[in-house]
Write a protein that binds this ligand. Structure first.
Ligand SMILES: Nc1ncnc2c1ncn2[C@@H]1O[C@H](COP(=O)(O)OP(=O)(O)OP(=O)(O)O)[C@@H](O)[C@H]1O
Ligand SMILES: [Mg+2]
Length: 511
């Protein structure tokens, strides 16, 4: 369904703007989203505009002035719009209903205001992301998602510099303030703790999660590098590393993998240490001629290499996973700064932590009371294409969580510049999309095909989004909602100015 509007000569309407149509008599208003803009002119001649342009050029050449008669009456803009729904005020509190009928012709159209958005109260949202936006106008009405959908996974998609990290910081602040959900943030760039070295266009230094007043009791930081404030040294024990974790980092042939499983069966939890500390000859005693000594030698070298990772400890008691799990169970945000690690090390730590969270929640599922009292957990990964990309013969823990996490209160928040690298079958598991500016057409099309709300009409708008401008598609918003994401540094300034926000009371129920 498309509706075409005539916009008066001097008025400006922008792509993505939401307009309100008033229908006299019925008391209903309908919302329209601008999906295209064209020029219009009142004339019977189809090529009138070209002819006028031609006359102008000729007169210009002769330095004469051309005045278009009745310009303001004859020229206008034409806005092509898609109806989003109509506001039904007959049932007490206003509701947005699906657009099944055509609004009457020649209705009066006006701009959207805060008062029109009263119907959004029917959509329960407890994690704020920003304000509603209509084109480039910001409307003073908060918008976000509901945390009960965290285990239904979130995708944050944008070309570099369009505002993914800022969105993540603002969102993590909402999670801390809600006190209802656990969030594990894996930070390979070291930008979430204190904002890193970057500055805003106005010269202000970027801020981090440690600057938030709530961080004192809602944030727990683990880091492999030295940080100025309170933090814990990131360590995991070698006994926690499973074969599937290693596969997140290295490729193994079938024979090598079989050998790993045999070692695992033989030594149990300490397999990695035992592998690294035994000679191939000692190992082959256990297996006879089942595995080549060469295979054992190669695997031994791998194990030695992994054990040289700074974060890995031979002592099974030296690990942070227990502390991380407890913090997530207490609905805290856990920041794991892996920025000083090299990629294989960082990927291994990420896999171990994600798997531990998932397994823990899966275990709890067997004990309904305990499971019910467990807050949903969101695991946020930057450069998510690295862990969700299809790789030969390998199922990453992140892909597994994307497929099965919903049932076990474990969600993935995939942050990426290249959604097209994520298999569509996995993308379709993501129920919430935060789409910021995306320059690549293929990326936009992939998202349009996988979003739970119809965003096909927005593909062009997504190309024109400025940093911080987003479109939110989530189960608990009435349509793909345009938003202006809170700038984290502004959010902090507001909080500090008002001497901290009122902390929400700890909720009794979790979703
Ligand atoms: N909501 C916003 N409001 C105003 N400015 C914003 C907003 N979001 C982002 N910006 C601007 O854009 C810059 C880049 O944002 P950000 O670092 O979040 O992008 P990114 O998508 O994470 O980039 P990268 O892919 O390089 O990590 C910010 O430093 C800020 O200047
Ligand atoms: Mg970023």
């Amino acid at each position: 369904m498309h509706l075409e509007l005539r916009v008066p000569y001097a008025s400006e309407v922008s792509l993505g703007e939401i307009l309100v149509g008033e229908t006299e008599g019925t008391g209903h208003e309908f919302l329209l989203r601008v999906t295209d803009l064209l020029h219009g002119a009142e004339t019977a001649m189809p090529d009138w505009a070209q002819r006028v342009a031609g006359s102008m050029m000729r007169l210009d050449r002769d330095n004469a002035k051309y005045d278009l008669h009745d310009r303001e009456e004859r020229l206008y803009q034409q806005a092509v719009t898609t109806p989003l729904g109509f506001i039904d005020r007959t049932t007490g509190s206003p509701r947005l209903r699906k657009p099944k009928t055509l609004p009457p012709q020649f209705s009066r159209i006006r701009r959207l205001t805060d008062a029109d958005l009263e119907f959004l109260a029917a959509y329960d949202q407890d994690l704020r992301v920003g304000l509603i936006r209509s084109g480039s106008h910001v409307i003073n009405h908060a918008v976000g998602i509901h945390g009960r959908y965290l285990p239904h996974h979130i995708g944050v998609f944008a070309t570099t510099g369009m505002g993914k990290s800022n969105l993540m910081k603002s969102f993590a602040a909402s999670v801390m303030q809600s006190r209802r959900y656990g969030m594990l943030i894996l930070d390979p760039h070291g930008e979430y703790y204190d904002g890193g070295a970057g500055v805003l266009p106005d010269g202000r230094k970027l801020q981090g999660l440690s600057h938030l007043p709530e961080s004192t009791d809602r944030l727990l930081v683990y880091s492999s590098r030295q940080l100025p404030g309170p933090y814990n040294q990131l360590k995991i024990s070698a006994a926690e590393v499973t074969i599937s974790d290693l596969k997140a980092v290295y490729s193994f042939s079938q024979a090598q993998e079989e050998c790993l499983w045999a070692l695992n069966a033989l030594f149990g939890e300490t397999w990695l240490l035992d592998l690294a500390t035994s000679t191939p000859e000692e190992l082959s005693v256990h297996f006879g001629s089942k595995f080549h000594e060469m295979t054992l030698a190669v695997l031994k070298r791998r194990a030695e290499q992994v054990l040289r990772f700074d974060v890995l400890h031979a002592d099974p008691n030296v690990t942070v996973t227990g502390g991380i799990m407890r913090a997530l169970e207490d609905a805290k945000v856990v920041l794991v700064d892996t920025s000083s690690l090299w990629e294989p090390e960082e990927m291994l730590v990420s896999a171990v932590l994600a798997r531990t969270v998932f397994r823990r929640n899966k275990e709890k599922y067997k004990r309904p009371q305990e499971f019910q009292a467990t807050p949903p957990v969101l695991i946020a990964v930057e450069e998510a294409q690295r862990v969700l990309q299809r790789r030969e013969g390998e199922v990453s823990i992140f892909a597994q969580i994307a497929r099965e996490g919903r049932k076990f209160k474990t969600g993935i928040c995939a942050v990426t510049q290249q959604p097209k690298l994520i298999p569509e079958e996995l993308l379709s598991q993501f129920n919430t999309f935060f789409i910021l500016g995306l320059a690549d057409e293929r990326d936009r099309e992939i998202l349009a095909g996988s979003a739970k709300q119809d965003i096909s009409a927005l593909v062009r708008e997504v190309q024109t989004l400025e940093p911080g401008e987003a479109i939110i598609a989530s189960p608990n918003v009435p349509f793909a909602v345009p938003a202006r994401v809170d700038l984290y540094e502004d959010l902090l300034a507001r909080q500090v100015a008002s001497n901290g926000v009122k902390a929400a009371a700890a909720p009794k129920a979790f979703y």
